[in-house]
Design a protein around this ligand. Structure first.
Ligand code: GDP
Length: 155
């Protein structure tokens, strides 16, 4: 391994630790309803830059792994079934204070409690089928981003 590569790896890891990134998924309900374009427009209009993005479909196993933290919750089975029911769009987004700013943009988990103008208020159907995911911490944003994207898929 050359010195240049080592330095690049170090620089990349430092970059990854910065607190200006978050991870999102447009969930199967929003994708199936044809709301992907509108939601991405909303995200970009709010000043988030897309630094990685892919259209994919989670297997039940992968959805279970992604939401493993909720394993003991009564809705876990329903959540895994829903998240593996159709295509999703995964993305890494960049903006100052990205995690908190994006949680504000998407609104409360239950669209009934979400503020007017938020993505969940506009596009979510229910507390389960709630259109979009947003990381809840910088640490989880990094973990979730790496769950979907390799270093070569992030700009
Ligand atoms: P988030 O951070 O706002 O996405 O909310 P949580 O981390 O609490 O929950 C993760 C995801 O689980 C939510 O976005 C919903 O898709 C789903 N979820 C949460 N609560 C419920 C519930 O009561 N019923 C069902 N079916 N799904 C839920």
């Amino acid at each position: 391994m050359g010195l240049g590569f080592c330095w690049a790896t170090f620089a990349f890891q430092k970059h990854e630790n910065m607190t200006n990134k978050t991870f999102t998924m447009i969930k199967p309900d929003a994708f199936a309803a044809g709301n992907t374009g509108s939601i991405l427009k909303h995200i970009e209009a709010a000043g988030f830059k897309i630094v990685a993005m892919k259209l994919t479909k989670l297997s039940a196993e992968k959805a279970g792994e992604f939401y493993a933290v909720h394993k003991e919750r009564p809705f876990y089975g329903e959540l895994v079934e829903f998240m593996s029911s159709g295509p999703i769009v995964a993305a890494i987004l960049e903006k100052e204070n990205a995690v908190a700013a994006f949680r504000t943009l998407i609104g409360a988990t239950n669209p009934a409690n979400a503020d007017e103008g938020t993505i969940r208020k506009l596009y979510a159907k229910s507390v389960g089928e709630n259109a979009i995911h947003g990381s809840d911490s910088d640490e989880n944003a990094a973990i979730e981003g790496s769950f979907f994207f390799s270093a070569f898929e992030k700009i």
